[in-house]
Write a protein that binds this ligand. Structure first.
Ligand code: NAP
Length: 325
């Protein structure tokens, strides 16, 4: 077996993503030792019980001492505070990354807190609606994309004259994610935030809104919403069950891109509403055909299952309206 890519990985925040990274890295033999710090006492106790870490530290700085890779896997708005707390334990030139769902704001927070580290922000496009250390699993990143957003202008100690250590660190982190099963893409942070606003942030906002609106609708009881929950609505409820802290932070840290995409979406929704009002069936049909092709493209790219009903067992999940979905 080849030697580990990093001798010691420190993971700050060990919920769904942090614990999945540990499991995947261990399965791949990509790390030697693992140290963890989590702000939650309950999570720390579970991490000990689950045996994820060689050491569960009492502070972020303590977990980071001697690490050659530091991963911040806390909610987006906690990144700056976590990095400041970890700073005394992170030596100059250590590779620091994160897994946050927003990149520009988090990159700025990490660089400000850790000016002497090699900060390479990252985002695995993989997850579930579960949280906490028990939710982690080693296969989470298999055949999923991880986007790294290396700095275009590397921070002070590694600037222009010789940014080779930074480029080497980017290559090493790419190898690490590849070992965890991911496909790695390098991207500009602002572009990442716009792309994810379209593919992830807006869909979550819509799901949160639809599920909230359906539950509030006059003339439809909460019991009826549960009982007749057909495929379309039920799939929204899964997304709307995502972690409230993380998603509050995503919208507040990616405000500009989300508002831009939301503006465009609102206009398109008005166009759909007009087409329905004026009986413009061709317009609706064309739009629905176009979106069906997009779904087929996602399946062809291996990012979704082609199994009917997302591979659910129809015998146990069918509801009165499922056939018409
Ligand atoms: P999670 O399961 O809720 O775990 C986060 C853990 O970090 C919690 O135990 C939390 O403790 C702890 N924490 C909070 N502030 C901290 C601090 N300052 N120092 C140390 N620990 C701290 O969250 P997750 O789903 O793994 O998400 C982590 C990151 O991954 C987020 O930035 C998110 O944007 C990103 N991400 C998530 C997904 C997804 O599907 N969930 C996918 C891709 C990327 P408390 O509970 O006490 O706050």
């Amino acid at each position: 077996m080849s030697p580990p890519i990093y001798q010691k990985m420190a993971v700050i925040g060990c919920g769904l993503i942090g614990s999945s990274m540990i499991r995947a890295a261990r399965a791949a033999g990509a790390v030697g030792e693992v140290a963890v710090f989590d702000a939650s006492e309950a999570a720390r106790a579970r991490i000990v019980a689950l045996g994820y870490a060689d050491r569960v530290a009492d502070s972020a700085a303590d977990a980071c001492r001697g690490a050659d890779l530091v991963v911040f896997a806390v909610p987006p708005m906690a990144m700056g505070e976590a990095a400041r707390a970890a700073a005394p334990g992170i030596a100059a030139g250590v590779t620091v990354t994160d897994v946050g769902s927003v990149k520009a704001a988090i990159a700025a927070a990490l660089i400000a807190a850790l000016p002497d580290a090699l900060v390479i922000p990252g985002h695995p496009i993989a997850g579930t609606e579960q949280s906490g250390p028990d939710a982690g699993f080693a296969e989470l990143f298999q055949n999923r994309w991880t986007i790294l957003t290396p700095q275009a202008q590397v921070q002070a100690p590694y600037q222009a004259a010789d940014d080779t250590p930074y480029q080497v660190a980017v290559e090493r982190l790419t190898d690490f994610w590849t070992a965890l099963g991911a496909n790695v893409e390098l991207m500009d942070a602002a572009h990442h935030d716009l792309v994810l606003a379209v593919t992830s942030h807006l869909p979550h906002l819509i799901a949160y809104t639809i599920v909230g609106a359906a539950a509030d609708l006059e003339g439809v009881t909460r019991g009826e919403v549960m009982k007749y929950s057909a495929g379309g609505f039920r799939d929204f409820t899964r997304i709307a069950a995502s972690d409230p802290t993380m998603w509050r932070d995503v919208f507040l840290t990616n405000k500009d891109a989300v508002l831009e995409v939301l503006g465009r979406f609102t206009e398109d929704l008005q166009a759909m509403s007009r087409a329905i009002r004026w009986g413009e069936g061709d317009k609706l049909f064309d739009q629905f055909s176009r979106t069906r092709e997009i779904r087929r493209g996602i399946i062809a790219a291996g990012q979704e299952s082609a199994a009917p009903n997302f591979g659910r067992d129809v015998r146990t999940t069918e509801t009165p309206d499922t056939k018409s979905q």
